[in-house]
Write a protein that binds this ligand. Structure first.
Ligand code: ADP
Ligand code: MG
Length: 437
């Protein structure tokens, strides 16, 4: 299983070539599944392993997300594991209040490309990654950030304490809002009439695969031509409208943790390398073993990204260094030197560190504390920066066992602060008081 999963967005489409034996199942609007219970409405997204469709559940008259796995044995194996984890998650969440996606049903579907395991999940909205982009990477109002953090922590606390599960790939892309940002995309709110059978003739595929290869090529070519024209216009100084301001006011930011394709039982780990690079905990980089607290590290990276619009760590293997070295250097620049007691516990100690516990190859580090970073680069007020850093820093402890648990984080006073600014906390003038309720 890959940990740096790439998945579907409006801009990209899944590989056409993957619709073959062992690969994706081609779906058309109106196709029915599981003996006619579910009917495909439109495509929602895709991942390396699956395509996900909005479907109508004729039994409950509800919209659901239908995840159809590729059919080759390794994908089927991965789906079985995901179903096992999702079933355990659903079994303990009878009130649907734990901020984790709910598995409703699962079954096999046989098509021309083989037998596909299918998961029926509750239908959710856009990912936090989309929300960050929608907000133009500006950094969200801290009250929104708090609300989102509370949901993620409720989800993690449930997974960790009640289910003994490590998610291992927590990041904005894997946290979905309960409903879409754009209400017109919400089939319930927009009063969407479910399609019950395959439309005659036409290509009502909602971005599916019944479009022919030639049609796809033409569409792509047309898109590129449009892109070229707008690029030319912009470079000539025409049509350079500033992007309009967008407000998150009124957007319901309650959300749930999804994508358990890489999750594991805390006592049955089978992968050394987990997590998507930018959200990867130091113990995973140095190979000293991980526990639930690796998810907490990813949580802190995610919270920072929501509040600033930028990723906390962006290792890129600059200047001939490896991604791992660059990553460790960035962590130390922000959090101070990694104690030798910790670094020397990693199987990869000798790859990265000298005998004093300093990085072997990157010698000059530019130390910058988290609260200074928030003030200097992200223009937080002193008070907001201090409060937020007090919440985040303990979670970013190099010592995994010293990090607070999700349960402890839920008790942190920062989650119960209220900023008295409705637009963007960054604009709070220094000295403006934060109210405590
Ligand atoms: P994979 O395991 O193949 O990576 P994911 O579970 O990440 O598949 O799902 C792929 C995409 O489908 C997601 O990025 C998201 O856009 C969409 N999606 C997944 N689950 C849901 C859901 N419950 N509701 C709405 N959209 C979903
Ligand atoms: Mg995925």
């Amino acid at each position: 299983m890959s940990c740096s999963s790439s998945s579907g967005s409006e801009e990209e489409e899944e590989e056409f070539e993957s619709y073959r034996k062992g690969g994706y199942h081609a779906v058309r609007v109106g196709d029915s599944f599981n003996g006619g219970r579910y009917i495909a409405q439109r495509k929602l997204g895709w991942g390396q392993f699956s395509t996900v469709w909005l479907a109508y559940d004729t039994l409950t008259s509800e919209f659901v997300a239908l995840k159809i796995q590729k059919s080759a044995p390794q994908f089927a194996q991965a789906a079985l594991h995901e179903i096992e984890i999702l079933s355990a998650i659903a079994d303990g969440d009878l009130t649907h209040s734990k901020c984790v996606v709910r598995l409703i049903d699962h079954f096999k579907h046989t098509g021309p490309n083989g037998q596909h395991l299918c998961m029926v999940l509750e239908y959710l909205g856009d990912s936090l990654l989309r929300l960050i982009r929608y907000n133009r990477h500006k950094g969200m109002n801290l009250n929104k950030v708090r609300e989102i953090c509370r949901c993620i922590l409720i989800g993690l606390d449930y997974l960790h304490r009640e289910r003994n599960i490590i998610h291992t790939d927590l990041k904005p892309e894997n946290i979905l809002l309960n409903s879409p940002i754009d209400p017109s995309k919400d089939p319930v709110k927009s009063g969407f009439t479910p399609i019950l059978e395959r439309p005659e003739g036409g290509n009502h595929n909602g971005g599916g695969v019944s479009m022919s290869l030639i049609e796809k090529k033409l569409k792509r070519r047309a898109k590129m031509a449009v892109a070229r024209i707008s690029q030319r216009r912009t470079s000539m100084g025409v049509a350079q409208h500033p992007k309009p301001e967008r407000s998150l006011e009124g957007i319901d930011v309650r959300c749930k943790v999804v994508d358990f394709g890489n999750a594991c039982w805390a006592d049955q780990q089978f992968m050394e390398e987990i997590q998507t690079r930018q959200y990867r905990a130091p113990e995973v980089v140095i190979r000293s073993g991980y526990t639930m607290s690796a998810d907490m590290w990813s949580f802190a990276c995610t919270a920072f990204e929501l509040a600033t619009g930028d990723m906390l760590f962006t290792p890129e293997g600059r200047q001939g260094f490896t991604d791992d070295e660059d990553h460790l250097a960035q962590m130390m620049e922000l959090l101070g030197k990694m104690p030798k007691k910790i670094s020397s516990g990693g199987a990869r100690f000798k790859d990265f560190f000298d005998r004093y516990g300093d990085l072997k190859r990157i010698k000059r580090l530019k130390y910058w504390s988290l609260d200074r970073l928030l003030v200097d680069k992200y223009k937080f007020s002193e008070e907001n920066a201090r409060d937020f850093a007090e919440f985040l820093c303990p979670i970013l402890d190099f010592a995994p066992e010293k990090r607070p648990t999700a349960q402890q984080c839920l008790q942190h006073p920062w989650l119960n602060l209220t900023s008295n600014d409705t637009s963007n906390d960054k604009k709070l003038t220094a000295g403006m008081k934060t109210l405590q309720i």
